[in-house]
Design a protein around this ligand. Structure first.
Ligand SMILES: *Cc1c(COP(=O)(O)O)cnc(C)c1O
Length: 361
């Protein structure tokens, strides 16, 4: 079978080794005579899968012991509501840094529970940058501060974790850059990520939460939407998405086998640099993100005309590269180059970009 290079933003490409391993054990897991999809979530087989997935995440991200690692459902979008439901009192206010569509969706949900204050926004320049921390207006008594660490649609990314002095918990949507670079988990109150960009397939959401925060939820929060419920039941309060967790276990094991985050991060930076160097070479391609805010996961760029962009996407398709169309809110092209995108895929795209520019410049 010949695999094409899939630059889709999510669900996204998965490591070929992971796909092959899942396929090999699909109907007969470890010689048991049945597949892991068919295993009870209370079985020892599945318990080992979920324990290994958690342990892999803890190892890769150096998660401190006072943090819980949870596998939930509802996607990152559920977290937009679950965080304020648990941590934003009706009389309280939360600070948000507005860096685009996903931030705005999180803000909309938070407003259902309490007040929201926008600490900073790059909306006036169509979200082409992460506002510098020196420009932020924060409240020292905010219930929490929420950021979107990587903006999948615009190709912008926080280059550093913002320094949140004063004990305001930092909540971060890391859906599109989790496990792509080193982070210091202890500087966050809660990290969440839908799995379908860097962790595996859709259907499971990773949440890493400082355990003492979970004690703060109001009594009125339904059990399923309370973090404490999932902490005390080790993500087995109800039937979890067993196959998605299994795939996440395989994907995280692949990251470890590849050399863990240091190796993955170095490779990601190299891949991104390859594409940005071509974009910067002249003004044929123009990047959406301002250089100081560039994402190493989503590279967004334009060509001189919409017609050339369409031709670029169609021709790339014919050469075995799919998913290069930009999000409708900014247009142009987008190459999502998550952990599982091999260097060969980026090389193939880079060669094509140079070739296309030469022929259509
Ligand atoms: C994809 C994405 C989401 C949406 O995730 P769902 O799992 O579909 O709810 C939210 N935030 C960011 C940054 C994303 O990239």
């Amino acid at each position: 079978m010949s695999r094409i290079f899939n630059f889709n933003a999510g669900p996204a490409t998965l490591p070929t080794a992971v796909m092959n391993e899942a396929a090999a054990g699909f109907a007969d897991y470890n010689g048991l005579g049945y597949g892991i999809l068919e295993a009870s979530h209370r079985s020892p087989e599945f318990q080992e899968v979920i324990d290994t997935a958690e342990q892999n995440i803890r190892t890769i991200l150096s998660v401190p012991d006072d943090y819980a690692v949870l596998f939930l459902q509802g996607g990152a979008s559920m977290q937009f509501a679950m965080i304020p439901m648990n941590f934003l009192p009706a009389a309280g206010a939360a600070d948000f840094v507005d860096t685009g569509v996903w931030s705005k969706k999180a803000i909309k949900e938070a407003k259902l529970f309490g007040a929201v204050s926008i600490a900073a926004s790059s909306g006036e320049s169509n979200y082409d940058r992460i506002p510098a921390v020196s420009e932020w207006t924060r409240n020292d008594d905010a219930a929490y501060l929420h950021i979107t660490s990587n903006n999948t649609i615009y190709g912008t990314q926080f280059q550093h974790t913002p320094d949140v002095a004063g004990g305001v918990p930092l909540m971060a949507d890391m859906s599109s850059d989790i496990m792509s670079r080193a982070i210091d988990v202890s500087t966050y109150g809660l990290i969440y990520a839908g799995a379908q960009k860097n962790l595996g397939p859709s259907g499971v959401t990773l949440v890493i939460i400082r355990k003492d925060l979970a004690e703060r939820s109001p009594e009125s929060v339904p059990s399923m939407l309370k973090y404490a419920t999932h902490i005390s039941s080790n993500s087995l309060f109800n039937t979890p998405p067993t196959f998605a967790i299994y795939m996440l276990m395989l994907t995280s094991r692949w990251v470890l086998n590849e050399g863990g985050l240091p190796a993955i991060e170095a490779r990601n930076r190299k891949k991104a640099r390859r594409l940005y160097d071509i974009i910067d070479a002249d003004d044929y391609y123009s990047g959406h993100a301002s250089p100081g805010s560039r994402s190493i996961m989503n590279v967004c760029f334009r060509l001189p005309t919409p017609e050339l962009e369409q031709s670029f996407i169609t021709t790339a398709n014919a050469r075995g590269m799919i998913g290069l169309k930009g999000h409708r809110s900014i247009g142009g092209c987008r190459a999502s180059i998550y952990n599982a995108m091999p260097e060969a895929g980026v090389e193939c795209l880079a060669d094509f970009m140079v070739d296309f520019r030469r022929k259509n410049g």
